[in-house]
Ligand binder design. Sequence first.
Ligand code: DAH
Length: 377
Amino acid sequence: MSAPNKSYDPVEVETLKPEEIERMRDEALAAFAAAGDLDALQEAKVAHTGGTSPLALANREIGALPPHAKADAGKRVGQARGAVNKALAARQTELEAERDARVLVEEAVDVTLPYDRTPSGARHPLTTMMERVADVFVSMGYEVAEGPEVEAEWFNFDALNFGPDHPARQMQDTFFVQGPEGAGAAEGESGVVLRTHTSPVQARALLDREPPVYVVCPGRVYRTDELDATHTPVFHQIELLAVDEGLTMADLKGTLDHMVQSLFGADMKTRLRPNYFPFTEPSAEMDMLCYVCRGESVGNPDRPCRTCSSEGWIELGGCGMVNPRVLVACGVDPAKYSGFAFGFGIERMLMFRHNVEDMRDMVEGDVRFTRPFGMEI
Ligand code: DAH
């Protein structure tokens, strides 16, 4: 600001000349009119009404004028600033209204559009089937146990009493991740495999817990099979293990009957046929009554059954009394404890329970296959 000077004429002060003030006002009005949106208007506002705007600077000059000139100059600058502020407010209102109208259009939600165009997904029937079977045992007090899919050969075979030369260890069945002679492994050391069954979880469960042990182990397993209608190299099993004092084959039979009755109906039953598994002794193959014909197709050519090929029974899986060698390998005293175990494939169960004819449908991930099973939780 200039120092007061009594001999000084306002009209001589460049910035306070009437035509200068008018020019500043008109420039401000033009800038506001030209501002196309609120951001541009904000810039114009700072430029034309801010502390360093021409009109603000002119206003400051007034203080330096002699008293007789102050009123006149003050009036002119004041009027110009008033007009500028009014124009600014008017443009502000106008642009806000424009913005509000635009937002209403751009962000409009059409509540009449159909909301269910994206179909809800479905859980895979293998998952729901596995959970359904596990639930039967959870409701009897069993615990769900899990183990790794990339498994030590020792758990997958040795602990389960598969001798070193057992054919199941050979490359045609087992995916080896690392052979025993592999990188850095010493002679006789365990290799690493993709587990070929859920039975290694038996050994893990026994090592992790003190008996009594009651566990159900659902999971994914791997074998070097070609994918075709009845084989897939990746499939699912569910395993059961009970180890306690005084368990007998009668407990195994009762447990199997309870399972098939829970899953297929009160009149279901199972039968056992002698078989061999290294980790059970005695071992059996377990069949369940055909849940479609309930055995009535047997010897009855008028009522053939496709599900069981009129045999009356459907093969479910393997079972038996836990081999004492397995108990010993897992630190359980076979003189005090006995146990039973069984395991079966979920894909097979899904096939005969839902008449799925080709296993490939289960692995392709096509929702047209999963959707009819519904959104079971
Ligand atoms: N692990 C066997 C397999 O994959 C199935 C099996 C047989 C599991 C007998 C068991 C059992 O628990 O006791 O072929």
